[in-house]
Design a protein around this ligand. Structure first.
Ligand code: DAH
Length: 348
């Protein structure tokens, strides 16, 4: 029997051919892995030849070993090639599936923006902050006492008619009709130290909603308490505020008025910034726009806050951010602010 004729050599040839034929059907990573373990794994035909070397005639063993090794190397080389082909094909497929057309127009990103009232509020905080006033937050649900009585508006006093009030079902509780009750809260917290605060927040009034009045709106209250504070300080502070808010050259004036919690009381007008004082629709031909109420804190209110009115004085003011925003942007209906209408909101 010649060496060439020993069946193991033909068998090795067959092993190689069979394995290579099957390799062509391994077209993905899973197929490659399966093929590797079937044809090069420990129990694969070619590896079995190695482990059973003892069965072959001694003189034949080197040749069988050499051939088996060649088969193994050939299979490994073919595997590497096929694996690379599969990898390239999978990559190409992935690239085709995930094509990104960079020439397409982008999707528009709609940005939110601050509500016009928030913008005005922040401007007031900034201006008053520069003048040394801190923000003090008081509550929206108040007692009748804080909202009225402690502000020198006793029960049944006709001055209560100035505010149409939402009463809570709990007796003695109301939704605050103005930010002024915060004055008492701030004073009772700080007395006998000096105070310089602004009190912003939502106020509520049981009114007919119209172009000029809402049942819910903001106010910003100002309060300064200390020794030796005069009406001159009130006027100076408010004039400075108006200049910083509306422009350095804006003219202001104070008119006498009445509020139960201040004495004397006044209202401040700024020169109409629409017509510059000449007279127009916005200022109703007067040339002036009313922007706030103010006055020297009433001695009774100081006392209710815990300050001795013989030692301490103070000034207060209250303004409406909605009204200021309407005047500035010539908005003719307060209801727009709650309308959720983006055509309105987008203008700011
Ligand atoms: N609380 C008043 C209102 O809502 C506004 C006001 C007027 C506040 C004069 C003040 C002030 O602090 O001094 O109508």
């Amino acid at each position: 029997m010649s060496e060439e004729q020993h069946p193991i050599l033909n068998q090795l040839e067959q092993i190689q051919q069979d394995a290579l034929a099957v390799l062509e059907t391994a077209v993905d990573e899973a197929g490659i892995t399966a093929w590797r373990s079937a044809h090069l794994g420990r129990t694969s035909p070619v590896m079995t030849v190695f482990s059973q070397m003892g069965q072959f005639p001694k003189e034949l063993r080197p040749l069988v070993g050499q051939r088996a090794n060649q088969v193994k190397l050939a299979l490994e080389a073919a595997l590497a090639e096929q694996a690379e082909r599969v990898r390239q094909a999978e990559l190409a497929q992935k690239l085709a599936a995930e094509t990104l057309d960079v020439t397409l127009p982008g999707r528009p990103q709609t940005l939110g923006r601050l509500h016009p009232i928030t913008q005005t509020l922040r401007e007031i905080y900034r201006v008053m902050g520069e003048m040394g006033f801190q923000v003090y937050r008081a509550r929206d649900v108040e007692t009748d006492d804080y909202n009225f009585t402690l502000l020198n508006i006793p029960p049944h006093h006709p001055a209560r008619d100035m505010w149409d009030t939402y009463y809570m079902t709990t007796p003695g509780m109301v939704l605050r009709t103005h930010t002024s009750p915060g004055q008492i809260r701030a004073m009772r917290e700080y007395a006998p130290d000096p105070i310089r605060v602004i009190l912003p927040g939502m106020c509520y009034r049981y009114e007919q909603v119209s172009a000029r009045s809402e049942i819910q709106f903001n106010q910003v209250e100002l309060l300064a308490v200390g020794k030796g504070i005069t009406f001159g300080d009130l006027k100076g502070t408010l004039t400075d505020f108006a200049r910083r808010m509306f422009g350095q050259n804006v003219r202001t004036r104070l008119r006498p008025s009445y509020f139960p919690f201040t004495e004397p009381s006044a209202e401040m007008d700024v020169e109409c910034f629409v017509c510059g004082g000449k007279g127009c629709q916005v200022c109703k031909s007067s040339g002036w726009l009313e922007i706030l109420g103010c006055g020297m804190v009433h001695p009774k209110v100081l006392e209710n806050g815990g300050y001795d009115p013989r030692e301490f004085t103070g000034f207060a003011a209250g303004m409406g951010p909605e009204r200021i925003t309407m005047l500035r942007h010539r908005i003719d209906d307060i209801r727009y602010f709650w309308s959720d209408d983006v055509r309105f909101l987008e203008q700011f």
